[in-house]
Design a protein around this ligand. Structure first.
Ligand SMILES: [Zn+2]
Length: 79
């Protein structure tokens, strides 16, 4: 798995919806990649903040913009 693959499945990873074989690959990658670990923490904190406000689900457009921001961060930090 590469960083771009992690970004694709981060949302499902946090929701616990990732199939076990992908979950294992994602965790293996994150163990070696501080960048993806940081992105995962950022996204998880954002999702938890949403849940604390009583919104069980993040609107798809918010989720998309969050992922776009994380993707952008991964891209700019990859040099
Ligand atoms: Zn990575």
């Amino acid at each position: 798995m590469e960083c771009k693959d992690i970004v694709q499945c981060l949302s499902k990873y946090i929701d616990g919806e990732l199939p076990i074989e992908l979950l294992e690959q994602a965790e293996k990658h994150m163990a070696e990649c501080p960048k993806c670990t940081a992105a995962m923490h950022t996204l998880r904190e954002t999702i938890q903040a949403y849940k604390l406000t009583g919104k069980a689900h993040i609107a798809p457009e918010h989720r998309a913009s969050m992922l776009a921001a994380i993707k952008e961060a991964a891209r700019t930090h990859s040099e």
